[in-house]
Design a protein around this ligand. Structure first.
Ligand code: HPA
Length: 273
């Protein structure tokens, strides 16, 4: 079966069971329960959607939800797919293609990341201004899906400038410190070495993480606008004299939950589509 047929089958299934939406929010570590904010909600397990991969990470439930949020129709992906799980980038980004076919105009990507910028602190939120792809792969490799976008897409405004301005306005209104910086993607699953973190900093990175870049790339190729927000769950490896752990990442994620939710509430409320 060709990729476009897989995407269409998945999109038809989602449309039939959940309807459509204008906004999709991908919930990263720590934001997993933001789906509670949806009303008139309908949900599907990823395992029920044709051609969706199945998430294997603890804390990533693997559900697609659709409902109302502050007067908008919103899909939420609770659980995402990562390169380190062994998925192909085309599989990881198929849900993003499905969102494009369903008419989603704005994709909001959230994640947990390690702070590379030594001026940041664990618990800070960072608006992604741009990214560096160091995962060694690109989700657009292979035959171009002409239905979605061109072979050589422009990447000079991946994280939409107007949406970033909107996020900064919301942060100011809510009195939330919102950093802004470059997200550097490594494939994982191991955390980076201190040398890799120094390299990321020299290259211009402010944060390191293991997601987001594939979805953002495919969203731009599909003509969607993208907003990305990272939660700095820890200082990246080698900055502090202590090892990194998944528990620390989850704990900080839980601590900033309310701040992160406020940001998303404000952004969805103020978004004009
Ligand atoms: N590195 C990569 N991914 C991460 C980190 C990190 O330090 N923290 C949370 N996700």
């Amino acid at each position: 079966m060709t990729e476009i047929l897989r995407i269409r089958e998945a999109a038809d299934y989602v449309r039939q069971h959940l309807g459509t939406a204008d906004i999709c929010i991908v919930l990263g570590s720590g934001l997993g329960d933001y789906d509670e904010a949806l009303t008139n909600v309908r949900a599907l397990s990823y395992s029920d959607i044709p051609h969706f991969p199945v998430s294997t990470v603890p804390g990533h439930a693997g559900k697609l939800l659709c409902g109302d949020l502050h007067g908008k129709r919103v899909m939420m992906m609770s659980g995402r797919f990562h390169v380190y799980e062994g998925h192909d980038l085309r599989d990881i980004t198929r849900p993003t293609r499905v969102m494009a076919l369903l008419g989603v105009k704005v994709l909001i990507l959230t994640n947990a990341a390690g702070a590379v910028n030594t001026g940041f602190y664990p618990g800070d939120l960072m608006l992604i201004s741009d990214h560096i792809n160091l995962c060694g792969k690109n989700p657009l490799t292979g035959p171009n899906l002409d239905e979605f976008g061109p072979r050589f897409p422009d990447m000079s405004n991946v994280y939409d400038k107007e949406l970033r301005n909107l996020a900064q306005r919301v942060a100011a209104k809510e009195n939330i410190l919102l950093r802004e910086g470059v997200y550097t993607m490594f494939a994982g699953p191991c955390y980076e070495t201190p040398a890799e973190v120094r390299m990321a900093r020299i290259l211009g990175g402010d944060a390191v993480g293991m997601s987001t870049v594939p979805e953002a790339t495919v969203a731009v190729h599909s003509g969607m606008k993208v907003l990305g927000i990272s939660c700095m769950t820890n200082m990246a490896a080698g900055i502090l004299d202590q090892p990194l752990s998944h528990e620390e990442v989850m704990e900080t994620g839980a601590r900033v939950r309310d701040k992160f939710r406020k940001m998303l509430d404000g952004i969805v409320t103020d978004l004009t589509l």
